[in-house]
Design a protein around this ligand. Structure first.
Ligand SMILES: [Zn+2]
Length: 246
């Protein structure tokens, strides 16, 4: 009997110790997680917008970081090597495999990404832009006002990133409107979260409009390569800031 009660006491003591350890660990866990996430945020912030920009002269020579915007039109003799990707979309051959991998993985995650625009020639852009300008002039805007307004929605010829072959517009097959509603689709949520892993960035974020001069476009992705995409995303920069052309 005596031996049995000693064993019983040991078992009870062990059980109490286990409960105490588990409770301690449970309490610790969130704190540890919090520390990790604080570190991540700190790392992201100190991966430093400004440091990235100071490093820009070397990085900016990477052809994948070419800036094409309202200030920097594409060169007239820019040479492209295009490849046909999904849906016969033409993209720069360096972006083709990463793009297909990203779309495959997005589909495997249960979403329905659909490329609705990729490479565009200057002639095609001219048609789109003229149509947009006409929308404004036909409702009474002066030519220069109409051009300025239109350019925020459809880039003027030679200033569209689509001329580079490195930009794609991707929508959700179940919601193909090019408006902020795209943001709420599962496809965009997945792409916005994961695109950097494939070398893409969301090119025109809401909070960068003053720099990009382009309205929020939660469908326009730009290929810059994996290392740059990671650095740009972590530091919460837009391309202009990253290469020091803001
Ligand atoms: Zn676009």
């Amino acid at each position: 009997m005596k031996l049995l009660s000693v064993i019983g006491a040991i078992v009870v003591a062990a059980a109490i110790a286990l409960v105490v350890v588990l409770a301690y660990r449970q309490n610790r866990a969130p704190e540890e997680n919090a520390k990790v996430s604080v570190q991540t945020t700190a790392a992201a912030t100190s991966a430093a917008p400004k440091k990235a920009v100071t490093a820009a002269p070397k990085d900016a020579e990477d052809p994948l970081l070419m800036v094409v915007n309202y200030q920097y039109p594409i060169e007239k003799d820019y040479k492209l090597e295009l490849t046909d990707s999904y849906h016969y979309s033409r993209v720069d051959k360096r972006a083709t495999a990463p793009l297909e991998q990203m779309l495959d993985d997005c589909r495997a995650a249960g979403y329905q990404p659909l490329i609705c625009s990729s490479y565009r020639s200057v002639e095609e852009q001219t048609t789109l832009y003229s149509r947009k300008v006409y929308q404004y002039t036909s409702t009474g805007s002066t030519q220069s006002d109409a051009e300025r307004e239109a350019a925020q929605w459809v880039a003027a010829p030679r200033t569209s990133e689509h001329h580079t072959g490195l930009a794609v517009d991707i929508v959700d097959a179940g919601y193909q409107e090019l408006d902020e509603g795209q943001m709420d689709t599962g496809t965009q949520q997945w792409l916005i979260k994961n695109c950097w892993k494939y070398g893409f960035i969301l090119r025109y974020p809401l909070e960068k409009k003053k720099i990009t001069h382009v309205h929020f476009e939660p469908w326009h992705y730009r290929y810059v390569g994996k290392a740059h995409a990671k650095a740009i995303t972590q530091a919460k920069l837009c391309l202009e800031e990253y290469v020091g052309k803001d």
